[in-house]
Design a protein around this ligand. Structure first.
Ligand SMILES: NC(=O)c1ccc[n+]([C@@H]2O[C@H](COP(=O)([O-])OP(=O)(O)OC[C@H]3O[C@@H](n4cnc5c(N)ncnc54)[C@H](O)[C@@H]3O)[C@@H](O)[C@H]2O)c1
Length: 347
């Protein structure tokens, strides 16, 4: 399978290109960056023969089966639409698109052309997230009543020097999609309405630096996503309450537990804390301690390649990713109007 990687910035260099190069049946035939020198340097660094500044030229001159979209989020739609028209399969970085109307057009185009579209929401591949999801699927919590998710990071200036992140959406469109996706994935019901509070807490930069997105699902269950760029460390936590139990999950520290109505004694809490601390020390010592959601790209990318190879459903579909964009679009609208926004009116 031949791949063209479009965008040679942080996520392409750290994950997409090195991960594709570990998959035996995959060959990167070209890399593209609108900053041509970067495309040239990256091609040299990874031993890739062709580099381009223009993705249209790359796609006409190199015969790729799959396009990997690693460009700033606001550019995804144009590139995906173009690649779909040429009959290429597409693996897009999250979020699918920033704009919901663009997202809808993208889904129609891939359906019309019969190509595969996968989206990288790599936090789903983290071990504890997989374990929690399996428990939820077995309905061990009964019906979900409410979920509270927290996704905090420092401002991503040490991740990429790109300035494009500092637009209206800010943290909501950067780290937010991972948490919104996790909450939607966890709940078998469909989100019905969204309201949001927060915005720019930095004083005049005009992008969202902290936001709380509140969702109500069609079965009346609730979710709250607390998303921030204003923390000096990293948090990705979930607290899920069901009619038959509760799950608490801390992605960073690789720990989760569930309870089923029992009142926890201080001794139980102490034992758990001791067990978790021992596990954490062991994972630090063995080098397996969480080194960022980004390290799980290999699973997301391999899953997509497999789906293309077997012509089966990608692990994360365009339709699922569109719902994430719908929720963040609704949250932005709600911030402006101070009203609840109904997803059916947007989709
Ligand atoms: N899944 C994750 O955990 C994760 C992590 C980081 C970034 N991302 C996503 O990956 C995408 C890229 O993020 P990044 O951090 O690598 O950004 P970046 O700014 O480091 O890199 C983007 C690159 O794309 C190039 N570019 C811009 N427009 C282009 C175009 N039209 N054609 C070709 N090249 C173009 C830029 O010159 C830049 O080098 C974003 O959508 C982001 O949300 C996902």
């Amino acid at each position: 399978m031949k791949i063209c990687v479009i965008g040679c910035g942080a996520v392409a260099r750290r994950m997409h290109i090195p991960v594709f190069q570990t998959i035996p049946e995959v060959e990167i035939v070209s890399v593209v960056d609108s900053y041509e020198q970067l495309a040239k340097d990256v091609a040299k660094e990874f031993g890739i023969n062709r580099y381009y500044a223009d993705y249209k030229k790359a796609l006409s001159e190199t015969d790729a089966d799959i396009v990997s979209v690693c460009t700033p989020s606001f550019t995804h739609a144009d590139i995906i639409l173009y690649a779909a028209k040429l009959g290429k399969h597409i693996l897009a970085e999250k979020p699918l698109t920033l704009d919901l109307e663009e997202g809808k057009r993208v889904l129609e185009a891939v359906k019309d052309r019969g190509v595969q579209l996968g989206v990288v929401f790599n936090y789903r591949s983290v071990d504890v997230a997989q374990q929690v999801h399996a428990v939820l699927q077995q309905k061990k919590l009964g019906r979900i009543v409410s979920m509270i998710g927290v996704a905090h990071t420092p401002c991503p200036s040490s991740w990429t020097s790109g300035r494009w992140l500092y637009h209206e959406g800010g943290a909501l469109d950067d780290f937010g999609p991972h948490l919104i996706d996790m909450l939607l994935w966890s709940n078998p019901s469909v989100v019905e309405s969204v309201s949001a509070q927060g915005g720019d807490f930095t004083g005049g930069f005009n992008f969202i630096s902290h936001i709380q997105v509140s969702m109500q699902f069609k079965d009346t269950s609730l979710a709250l996503a607390d998303i921030s760029w204003l923390n000096d460390s990293f948090l990705f936590n979930l607290d899920i309450h069901g009619t038959a139990g509760r799950i608490v999950c801390d992605i960073r520290n690789g720990r989760w537990y569930k309870t089923h109505g029992q009142v926890l004694s201080p001794l139980t809490e102490m034992n758990r804390t001791f067990r978790d601390a021992t596990k954490m020390i062991a994972s630090v010592a063995s080098g397996k301690y969480f080194r960022g959601g980004i390290t799980y790209h290999s699973r997301s990318i391999a899953g997509f390649i497999d789906a293309v190879k077997t012509n089966s459903r990608p692990p994360i579909t365009g339709a699922e990713a569109l719902m994430v964009t719908a929720v963040s679009t609704a949250a932005k609208q709600s911030l402006k109007t101070h009203k609840t926004v109904y997803i059916d009116e947007l989709i």
